[in-house]
Ligand binder design. Structure first.
Ligand code: FES
Ligand SMILES: [Fe+2]
Length: 446
């Protein structure tokens, strides 16, 4: 292993060494080189709609408060007191003018400052008596992510001041993120989070989740029982009845990918996705037709599932969700899942979507539990000295990627392929080498 671990990935041979998924030294390096630099999803604006609302999220292994200050600005604040490191906020979400540290009482405003906030009770106890007025409180605010972006209500942040702009980081993956964030009738960003975020831990390495959701159609066999039961809103016809053909589309150099459709102007029949709920189906049909009419003649995309490097994945169709795989240890991952709904949807449509979400996703969902089992057993069975002699095999579809028509810096490689997984691990190696920027698009489909 080289000291930067980048050689654990060999794209020319189509292999990744198991140490990338199990080694504590690799995990520690990932925190510094990936999670302290990449753009990461922290939450949705609808979770903190008003001034002084907050939602406690994570960036890598660290707790981060997504806080809206009294002027409505959103900040990503490291949840660690600058005095001795105590967590200043131990709630999942709420409303706070200040975050008062429980240990010695330092009080930070909801933009992270320890001084200079007129009218707010920020500062340190015994400033005059014990500190003799000498502490430079303006230097000791909470660490605040220097880069933050509100993209159609989805909030992203990076600790790296040199990171490219978020839209440049996304590239044309943006079209597919739009599909997930926009309302079903195409209204930009007109979505909100269904109350509550599902959170659960899996005994697996964090990379299993984004690698799976970036476009692993090959693992469909895992969900055979779900397909037989027919948990989808079309009942006995399985989860994906009437889906139009999907292909794997990847963004080499950026590390993102998805299963979905290339941009098209072709007409698209409504596919009767909610056959068991005719009134709900009617609402979706009307939304679908409005979107088509509004976009008439302009390319549009559809997608089912994808990953934005490093650890944010999302489902664009029902159940429409966002997932983040937070690293906890080399072999423990905490998964969070948000469900999105249209702001304008009536109650019966929202109920149907939420119920489908609950039987599909999360720790009690039928597909998610299949996936968790695979990732946990794979992690456990990859740690022994004999197991670690054999790398994981990523040979499928090597050398068969083609430029994706209608998209910049993208490739497509049929429906069942490991091209997107290779793209993900290639990007992982860029970060581990300490060279994530500028984004190197030249190694497209190498
Ligand atoms: S650790 Fe926060 S005030 Fe001391
Ligand atoms: Fe799956």
């Amino acid at each position: 292993m080289s000291s930067d671990f980048a050689d654990l990935v060999d794209l020319s041979e189509g292999i990744v060494q198991r140490a990338a998924f199990t080694d504590p030294a690799v995990f520690a390096a990932e925190q510094e080189r990936i999670f302290a630099r990449a753009w990461m999803f922290l939450g949705h604006e609808s979770q903190i709609p008003e001034p002084e609302d907050f939602f406690t999220s994570r960036m890598g292994t660290e707790s981060v408060i997504l806080a809206r200050d009294r002027d409505g600005q959103i900040h990503a604040l490291l949840n660690s007191c600058t005095h001795r490191g105590m967590k200043v906020c131990r709630h999942d979400h709420g409303k706070a003018k200040v975050f008062t540290c429980p240990y010695h009482g330092w009080s930070f405003s909801n933009d992270g400052r320890l001084a200079g906030v007129p009218g707010a009770l920020v500062g340190v106890p015994h400033f005059d008596k014990a500190y003799r007025g000498e502490l430079k409180r303006e230097d000791w605010g909470l660490s605040r992510a220097p880069r933050i972006e509100n993209y159609k209500g989805s909030i992203w942040a990076s600790w790296d001041p040199d990171a490219p702009d978020f839209l440049d980081y996304l590239g044309d993956m943006r079209l597919y993120l739009d599909y997930a964030l926009d309302a079903r009738d195409g209204t930009p960003g007109a979505s909100r989070v269904v109350a509550g975020v599902q959170k659960w831990r899996v005994n697996c390495n964090w990379k299993f989740a984004p690698e799976n959701f970036i476009g692993d159609m090959y693992h469909d066999i895992s969900h055979r029982s779900v397909d037989m039961v027919g948990i989808g809103p079309n009942g006995g016809q399985g989860r994906r009845a009437n889906f139009r053909p999907r292909i794997a589309i990847g963004f080499p150099g950026r590390g993102h990918g998805l299963l979905g459709e290339l941009p098209t102007t072709e007409p698209e029949e409504w596919n009767n996705a909610w056959a068991l709920h005719p009134e709900v189906d009617e609402w979706y049909r009307a939304a679908h037709e409005k979107r088509l009419a509004d976009l008439a003649g302009r390319p549009r995309v559809a997608m089912s599932v994808g990953t934005i490097f490093p650890n944010m994945s999302f489902h664009g169709r029902q159940p429409r969700t966002i997932l983040v795989a937070h690293p906890i240890s080399p072999t423990t991952t905490e998964i969070w899942r948000w469900c999105l709904e249209d702001v304008a949807a009536p109650q019966n449509v929202r109920d149907a979507a939420r119920e489908y979400f609950l039987r599909y996703s999360g720790p009690g969902g039928m597909t998610e539990s299949d996936d968790m089992e695979n990732w946990a057993y794979a992690t456990a069975a990859s740690q022994g000295p004999i197991a670690r002699r054999r790398p994981y095999n990523y040979h499928m579809g090597m050398g068969h990627a083609r430029p994706a028509p209608g998209l910049s810096d993208a490739v497509e490689c049929g429906e069942i392929t490991e091209e997107n997984a290779r793209i993900f691990h290639g990007r992982w190696a860029d970060f581990m080498r300490g060279q994530p920027w500028p984004i190197r698009l030249s190694h497209a489909a190498e």
